[in-house]
Design a protein around this ligand. Structure first.
Ligand SMILES: Nc1ncnc2c1ncn2[C@@H]1O[C@H](COP(=O)(O)OP(=O)(O)OP(=O)(O)O)[C@@H](O)[C@H]1O
Ligand SMILES: [Mg+2]
Length: 183
C-alpha cells in the first residue's frame, strides 16, 4: 500500500470501483486485509487471493496445519475457511498453499490443484504470478478448474525462478499441475 493511506483503503477502493463494472482482485495481508473483510459483503472483491497465513488471519485457523493437511491430500480445512469468505460475498477465493498448491472455492464448487515438482529458487512474488495466471485464464473464458491450474502453473514457475523474475508462458509446466474437484 502507498505510505500514508488509511488501513481501510482497499475497502474504500472496492466500493468506489464497483459502480464502474470492472472485476476486482485483491491480494493483501494483515490489518488492510482484516479491514477489507470487516466491510464484506459491500467491499467484497471478485477474487481474494490469501496465502495460508492470510487465510488464517481471516478465519482463526492454523496456517501451518492448513498447508500440511493439504499437502497430505486433505484440503478440507482450507475449503471450509475459504467457503466462509464466499458465504460473506467474495465471488472466488483462491488460497495459495506454497508447495501444497492452491484451493479455489466459488459458489459453484471447490477445487484443489497440486503443483509440479520444482526446485524452489525464490518464492518472492510467486503469489503475484498465481493471481496473474488466474486472471489470464479467466479473461480467456476458462473454467474454474482451468483458472486454478493456470494460477498454480504460473505460481510454481515463478517459484522456480530466481528473485522476482516473472515466468514466460514457455516456462510453465501446465501439464504437471493436477486439479481435483472437491465435494
Ligand atoms: N515449494 C513449492 N513447490 C511448488 N510450487 C510452489 C512452491 N512454493 C510456492 N509454489 C507456487 O507458488 C504459489 C504461491 O505460493 P504462496 O502460497 O507461497 O504465495 P504467497 O505467500 O502469496 O507469495 P508472495 O506473497 O511472496 O507472492 C503456490 O500456489 C504454488 O503454485
Ligand atoms: Mg502473497
Amino acid at each position: 500500500m502507498p505510505p500514508g493511506v488509511p488501513t481501510d483503503w482497499y475497502a474504500s477502493l472496492v466500493r468506489a470501483l464497483r459502480p464502474w463494472g470492472g472485476r476486482i482482485a485483491v491480494d493483501t495481508s494483515d490489518a488492510p486485509l482484516l479491514a477489507l473483510a470487516g466491510q464484506f459483503p459491500g467491499a467484497a472483491p471478485d477474487l481474494l487471493k490469501p496465502n495460508s497465513e492470510e487465510l488464517a488471519q481471516l478465519t482463526g485457523a492454523d496456517a501451518e496445519r492448513l498447508e500440511a493437511e493439504a499437502k497430505a491430500g486433505d484440503p478440507t480445512g482450507c475449503v471450509t475457511a475459504a467457503r466462509a469468505l464466499v458465504d460473506r460475498g467474495v465471488t472466488a477465493v483462491m488460497a495459495t498453499l506454497g508447495a501444497a498448491g492452491a484451493v479455489l472455492v466459488t459458489a459453484e464448487g471447490a477445487w484443489h490443484a497440486s503443483p509440479p515438482q520444482i526446485t524452489v529458487r525464490s518464492t518472492v512474488g510467486a503469489g503475484d504470478s498465481s493471481v496473474a495466471g488466474y486472471i489470464l485464464a479467466e479473461t480467456r473464458g476458462g473454467t474454474p478448474a482451468e483458472r486454478l491450474a493456470t494460477a498454480v502453473a504460473y505460481g510454481s514457475a515463478a517459484a522456480a525462478l530466481a528473485g522476482t523474475t516473472l515466468p514466460r508462458p514457455d516456462q510453465l509446466e501446465r501439464d504437471a499441475v493436477t486439479v481435483r474437484a472437491l465435494a
